[in-house]
Every structure is written in structure tokens, then in C-alpha cells.
Design a protein around this ligand. Structure first.
Ligand code: SIN
Length: 292
């Protein structure tokens, strides 16, 4: 096994491993690698849905899947992300998954800790996933902003209908109704704006254009410009804290949602098909602990 770190130690590639039947040693090495580098790329894997679930379970309990209609037929904890359509016009997978910067399931009380995405089929071009290092974003904030946001909470919600920073994708069949349903049926969740990583103890900015609606106990006149300012560190064109992954079939990418944001960059369309198999591990509640 070889670990090759990417620029600034954000992301690393692991070669020489087969994740179908990982030893305790390999799992521990992957755990350490993800704590050190936040995003791990493992090339040339071929995990069946059941093998992907078994591998994922080594890191914690799998997330309950809301999008049952897009679960893999061989295992309902594997979510299919794809633009492929069935002959009757229904979507095989989630079409618009992750199209805005986010941390997975930050709209849940107990958000997702790890996401594992296995690339099954790639379009000729496009379909990259971009990652942002949220420790680095936090570290780069001016001291007065760090002081201002310490200990604050932000409100997260899953529905794009409630978030003026997002647009509903026209490529997702039934999207308007789906987000309308979520707007009514799903609750708001409060999350710390600065999140202390429960294993590394480091601070990361924990907010995203996709799920964060506002700041608790702060007027929007003040909160929205502050959120815009914070999000510039993620969306800024210069992208100093970023890694963009270009897939080849068989790539398995695993990331730590406690200290990263990511987004699907799109840029492909039918008849070109992208298909990914996604599993997710739930972590505990997010919290903020002031530095000692
Ligand atoms: C996700 O947001 O979980 C999926 C990202 C991607 O498909 O590139």
C-alpha cells in the first residue's frame, strides 16, 4: 500500500489495495489517512453493492436512505447517483445530487461523517467532484470574523425551495414537487457555525450555500452578508483550499464531511452517462469547543 498526498496535504491517493476484504490494518491506515488528508482516492476498485456496504460499515453505522426509489436494487443502503433514464422516462438515480457546495446531511441532527462514492461509469467529459478544505477556510478567516462566529449556530434545511442561494434543477423529474414536499415535511436543524472535529480537535467552518439558511439569533440584514462573506472562501475563483477529482471507472473516493465541503460540477448530458454508487456513515452531533 502506498499513500501519495496531493497539494497542501489536502487529499491523497492510495494505491496497491483491494477494499473488497480489508484487513484491520488497512482499515486503520485508511482511517488515519482520512484524518490526515480529509479526502482519499483509491483507484481500480470493483466493489459490488454488498461489498461496498460491508466496507462502509467498518467506519460506523450507515445512514438511513430517504430516496428509496433511487436505492440500488441489490442493497437499499447504496444510493445510485446517475443521469440515466429508464425506458419509461423515470430516473434510475438521483440526477441533481450535490450540485451546490455542501457537507452531506448537515440538515440532519446527526449529520453524515463519511461519504464513499464509487465511480461505476463516467461521461466522456465532465462529472468531476470538487472538494474544499474547511479547516483551511477557517484558518484563513480574519481574527475579527473568527471571534464573531465563535459559538454561533446556523440553521440548516434540506429543501431548495427555502434557500434563495439555490435553484431547482430542471434535469430532475418532479423536482418542484419533491422540494415543496421537503419544505413542509422536514424540520430545520441548528448546527454550530464553527465545528470542532471530534477526533482531530481542529476547528472547521461548518456552513454551506446548499443547506445553511441563516444564523440563529442574528438579523438577516447582518447574517446574510456575513454568510456571503464566509462562502466567498469556498466559491472564490482562486480556490486555494480546493481539490478537484476527475474520475476514471473504478475510482472510490471517501471524504470526511466534518471538515470538507464538496459539489458535483456537472458538465455532461445524455446520451453520455455518469453512474456512481454512494454509501454514507452517520457521525455524532456536531459541536463547538473553544480552543484551550
Ligand atoms: C454528493 O454530493 O454526494 C455527490 C457528488 C458527486 O456526485 O460528484
Amino acid at each position: 500500500m502506498k499513500i501519495q498526498a496531493f497539494d497542501n496535504d489536502f487529499g491523497a491517493e492510495i494505491t496497491g489495495v483491494d477494499l473488497r476484504d480489508p484487513s484491520d490494518e488497512l482499515r486503520e491506515a485508511m482511517h488515519q489517512a482520512i484524518l490526515n488528508h480529509q479526502v482519499i482516492v483509491v483507484r481500480e476498485q470493483k466493489l459490488s453493492p454488498l461489498e461496498q456496504v460491508s466496507f462502509t460499515e467498518h467506519f460506523g453505522p450507515l445512514e438511513w436512505q430517504e430516496n428509496k426509489q433511487h436505492a440500488h436494487p441489490d442493497h437499499d443502503k447504496v444510493l445510485v447517483l446517475s443521469n440515466e433514464l429508464r425506458p419509461d422516462g423515470t430516473a434510475v438515480g438521483v440526477v441533481d445530487a450535490g450540485d451546490y457546495w455542501h457537507s452531506d446531511s448537515s440538515h440532519h441532527e446527526e449529520p453524515v461523517m463519511y461519504t464513499i462514492l464509487q465511480s461505476i461509469r463516467n461521461p466522456a467529459s465532465g462529472g468531476d467532484t470538487e472538494f474544499c478544505n474547511m479547516y483551511a477556510v477557517y484558518d484563513a478567516l480574519p481574527d475579527d470574523i473568527k471571534k464573531k462566529i465563535a459559538g454561533l449556530y446556523a440553521i440548516h434545511h434540506v429543501s431548495k425551495k427555502l434557500n434563495p442561494r439555490t435553484k431547482i434543477s430542471t434535469s430532475r423529474p418532479g423536482a418542484e414537487d419533491f422540494y415543496e414536499f421537503q419544505a413542509k415535511a422536514r424540520a430545520e436543524v441548528r448546527q454550530p457555525l464553527v465545528r470542532t472535529h471530534d477526533e482531530t480537535g481542529r476547528q472547521a467552518l461548518y456552513a454551506s450555500p446548499r443547506f445553511t439558511l441563516r444564523i440563529e439569533d442574528m438579523d438577516d440584514a447582518e447574517a446574510q452578508p456575513l454568510l456571503d462573506e464566509l462562502f466567498k472562501y469556498v466559491t472564490d475563483r482562486k480556490r486555494p483550499h480546493h481539490y478537484r477529482h476527475k474520475y476514471t471507472d473504478g475510482d472510490l473516493v471517501m471524504w470526511d464531511n466534518r471538515c470538507t465541503l464538496h459539489r458535483a460540477t456537472g458538465g455532461y448530458g445524455l446520451p453520455d452517462i455518469r453512474r456512481m454508487h454512494r454509501t454514507t456513515v452517520v457521525g455524532g452531533k456536531a459541536f463547538y469547543k473553544p480552543a484551550a
